[in-house]
Design a binder for this molecule. Structure first.
Ligand code: 5GP
Ligand code: ZN
Length: 140
């Protein structure tokens, strides 16, 4: 896609701090890191989000995520690694080229914002109702 910054990174028209690459995917450092080592994995073929990304690219991204977090464990010794992936502007997706965030947290860093939401007990009737709506849509 011509105007897509991540497609430009894949083509080499924009620079990146690459950590991993194979036939289908590229992994590089986020330039606004939430934590030390914050890495993005993207498919080389443009797809906007999880609705659009082909399953073979998705499988390659998740296989790559396993390699990259293994490397993070060796290189950074994090206390944990959070994975996050946003779909749609309504949940703050900013770059409209599918990307999986890998966010390691070091011992001396504060908790990651994406891992520290407040647990509030849900209403079981409403949870049951929404589960039925999603399951019915899967069965269609
Ligand atoms: P989103 O909210 O779409 O999931 O996150 C987009 C991410 O891409 C942000 O964390 C942002 O820092 C990162 N980002 C935006 N532009 C660039 C860029 O040109 N290079 C790199 N490496 N990361 C970028
Ligand atoms: Zn793109």
């Amino acid at each position: 896609m011509e105007d897509c910054i991540f497609c430009k990174i894949v083509k080499g028209d924009l620079p990146c701090f690459k950590v991993y690459e194979d036939e289908k995917v590229l992994a590089f450092e986020d330039i606004n890191p939430v934590s030390q080592g914050h890495t993005l994995i993207i498919p080389k073929r443009h797809a906007e989000n999880l609705w659009e990304v082909p399953e073979d690219d998705l499988a390659a991204i998740h296989a790559a995520s396993k390699r990259v977090i293994a490397a993070m464990r060796k290189a950074l010794d994090p206390v944990g690694v959070a994975l996050l992936q946003l779909n749609g502007r309504g949940v703050n997706q900013v770059v409209m080229h599918y990307h999986l965030h890998l966010m390691p947290r070091s011992r001396d860093e504060p908790p990651l914002p994406v891992t520290s939401w407040e647990l509030k007990e849900g209403d079981m009737d409403s949870i049951r109702e929404v589960s039925k709506r999603i399951a019915a849509a899967i069965a269609e």
